[in-house]
Design a protein around this ligand. Structure first.
Ligand SMILES: Cc1cc2nc3c(=O)[nH]c(=O)nc-3n(C[C@H](O)[C@H](O)[C@H](O)COP(=O)(O)OP(=O)(O)OC[C@H]3O[C@@H](n4cnc5c(N)ncnc54)[C@H](O)[C@@H]3O)c2cc1C
Length: 384
């Protein structure tokens, strides 16, 4: 169903639809899923058209839109293909957001424009082998030595790690302060710095064109100029980041669900059994009706969270509700899509199984659904 978009938003949506129609061919989607390879050439084209820098200000070579317009683009990319869509929507992961809020002018000028233009990719490293949902304490340490900081530790499951050239690292820079999260700082590091190594993880369930890796830091030396914002604020900056980026994960989930729904609807209108198209069977028609209203309601929650973010202030409860709900319905709708396709839905060539495999990540990264529920429950507890 159409939502009231203004003329500029309609133009953005039209442009991204034209782009996906041309670039996300079925063959290409299957190939990158199988190869587990980042689609660099497609990413560069998307960046040239501005789709990867929607909410970066124009003075740093971005498009200067809000998170709402970014979500329109992310939804369409993931509707057209969940693997390519997620890979392209995460190329600039978080670094521009955190630098725009807390970076020095020097850091903004140095790091954001090449990311906005698609010349470089970003990786944001919080998760560690022993600290996933709980990032209140980091095992990665940053120790001051003269004008430098020496970083040691390991990060796990880092999006773009194998291809990124710019990294942000969450570290424990003061191991003594209590509670420990008040002793965390964020640093920028660059590929090629001695002591920074990334290795690619293989065999992911979904979003295979979006590469993931481990990052090891062994006596990695970064200058004082690479500290982001204030020392001791890294944990707070990270939570603040998630209030925005989790809305774009909701947009990924809505797009994945919408794409699977559209494929199932089209199939149900053509597939014949017992002498009629299967959409005529109430069991299939009702399933499609439920899929449609689930996508619609998740989209509205995502729009609401984006509206708060752009027009008032980030609303963590609205963001968590949108992410948790959209990711759940993405799992349900993509599962139903396979059911509508019957046995064919189980085959890669019919595409919907890929939507289902890719949907799962939206319940896991940037805070699992349980972590979103904790945010929502905390809010409910405080209500009179
Ligand atoms: C493909 C992929 C890409 C990723 N990209 C990045 C990235 O770019 N950067 C980054 O830093 N991280 C990234 N991650 C890591 C991701 O954010 C973590 O996997 C996630 O936060 C969960 O951490 P964990 O895997 O250690 O699970 P755990 O924290 O060990 O959780 C295991 C289970 O316990 C539950 N649980 C934990 N605590 C609670 C609680 N208090 N109450 C109820 N249930 C709880 C969880 O919800 C989960 O179900 C990525 C992960 C994947 C798979």
């Amino acid at each position: 169903m159409d939502f009231k978009l203004n003329d500029e938003q309609k133009e953005v949506l039209k442009a991204v639809k034209e782009f996906t129609a041309k670039e996300f061919t079925p063959e290409c989607a299957l190939e990158f899923d199988q190869k587990e390879e980042f689609p660099s050439a497609i990413y560069k084209k998307a960046a040239q058209l501005g789709f990867t820098s929607m909410r970066i200000p124009q003075e740093y070579d971005g498009q200067g839109y809000g998170i709402f317009e970014d979500c329109l683009v992310v939804e369409e990319l993931c509707r057209a293909d969940p693997g390519l869509g997620v890979a392209i929507s995460l190329g600039n992961l978080m670094i521009p957001d955190v630098l725009l809020k807390h970076g020095s002018e020097e850091q903004k000028k140095k790091y954001i424009p090449p990311l906005a233009r698609g010349e470089k990719l970003a990786a944001a490293a919080f998760t560690e082998p022993e600290h996933g949902s709980d990032i209140t304490r980091m095992d990665t340490t940053a120790v001051k030595a003269g004008n430098e900081w020496v970083i040691n530790g390991a990060k796990e499951f880092i999006t773009n790690a194998p291809t990124a050239e710019i990294f942000i690292l969450l570290t424990q820079s003061d191991p003594k302060v209590q509670p420990p999260h008040k002793g965390q700082s964020l640093f920028v590091a660059e590929k090629g710095m001695p002591g920074l190594e990334a290795t690619k993880l293989h065999g992911k369930m979904g979003i295979r064109p979006c590469t993931t890796g481990s990052v090891a830091m062994c006596d990695l030396k970064v200058p004082e100029a690479n500290v982001i914002g204030e020392h001791g604020k890294g944990f707070y900056y990270t939570l603040e980041l998630f209030d925005g980026t989790r809305i774009t994960v909701a947009a990924q989930a809505v797009g994945i669900a919408q794409g699977a729904f559209e494929r199932a609807l089209a199939y149900a209108k053509t597939r014949k059994q017992f002498g009629q198209t299967i959409i005529n069977f109430q069991g299939i028609g009702f399933k499609l009706a439920e899929m449609a209203w689930k996508v619609e309601s998740a989209r509205l929650m995502m729009y609401k969270a984006a509206w708060y973010y752009d027009n008032e202030k980030p609303n963590p409860t609205a963001t968590s509700m949108a992410k948790a709900y959209a990711s759940r319905i993405a799992m349900e709708v993509t599962d139903d899509a396979i059911q509508v396709f019957g046995g064919y839905g189980y085959l890669a060539d019919y595409h919907v199984e890929r939507y289902h495999r890719c949907a799962k990540i939206t319940e896991l990264y940037e805070g699992t659904s349980e972590i979103q529920k904790m945010t929502i429950a905390n809010y409910l507890m405080k209500q009179q």
